[in-house]
Design a protein around this ligand. Sequence first.
Ligand code: 5GP
Length: 139
Amino acid sequence: MAYDPNNIFAKILRGEIPCIKVFEDDFTLAFLDIMPQAQGHTLVIPKAAAENLFDLDPAMAAALIRTTQKVAKAVKKAVNAEGVMVAQLNGAAAGQSVFHVHFHIIPRQGGIDLNLHARDQVDKDELQVIAEKIKAALG
Ligand code: 5GP
């Protein structure tokens, strides 16, 4: 399937729709998931157009995992998580719903189940408070 330049994350990259950003560099952007599976659920995307991991240039894949590692560390600190799940879905059969490659950073606390994937939208003010904590942890 050809990359669709009108997917939601492409629109976020072009500034056509807003996001709650926590980090950006020349190659990547990290922002909060608006339907988080846990408090602090963050998405990391490359600025390059790629539908999934297989379409991604290896240099861009390296930049993406570097940012994911850096931001995951800050997310863990910001929400005082016991653990952090990093997930990446390729293809609708794997559960991918936005067709611009991304990593999910999902903080975990023992005994607390995840919210359902891409189900319930959270208040933007609530997300903004968490974003500020993540940005502070990034330094
Ligand atoms: P996927 O199912 O493709 O692995 O994950 C897509 C993620 O994007 C889901 O977790 C979903 O909640 C999130 N999402 C969908 N639309 C938006 C949006 O407009 N803004 C943000 N920040 N996240 C979104």
